[in-house]
Design a protein. Sequence first.
Length: 199
Amino acid sequence: MSKSVAAKALSRSYAGERTLTFLIGLLALAGGALALVVGFGLLGRFRGRRPLLDPMALAWLGGHATPARIAAIVLGLLLFVLGLRWTVRSLRPEPRPDLDLDRTEGAELVVTAAAISGAVQADAEQLDGVSRARVRAVGSRTSPALRITLWLHEGTDLKAVWAALDTQVLARARESLGLDVLPTAVRLELDTSPAKRVR
């Protein structure tokens, strides 16, 4: 499994949020740097002593008060709606995609995300050295992916578990679902044995 394939399974689709946050941060950084440059008088002492709001701009706003207020209200509402949408999108639960195996009308065949997760989990728990497993189907209907967490017994051969997971469990899942590629992120943890009481 390549890093890019595993990354697709690992990361929730935060590309939009990350890009927007980066751009806002970059804009704020540029604004702060410009304010420092002007404030220290590097663009001339006169500019450094001028008020924050340019008198010419204030005069123009005074002459066009009504359109300026309307523009400010519209801009504020737009920013509010965009912020609300961004918040709702960030807080909504991650989708668990069902997979359409057959879209023929009257003979549709859909495998639910829970069924995919349950089947892969049951297969993974049968592997030697695995004490328990947790599987989540993520992604979209057209591009599903898996997140697998395996808890291993102490002294388990990691290479053997990795090979069996790829050649048995994931190969069976790909074949059953009719997929050439099934991006998968695997997390391995050592299962904790119950604490022994000292008497």
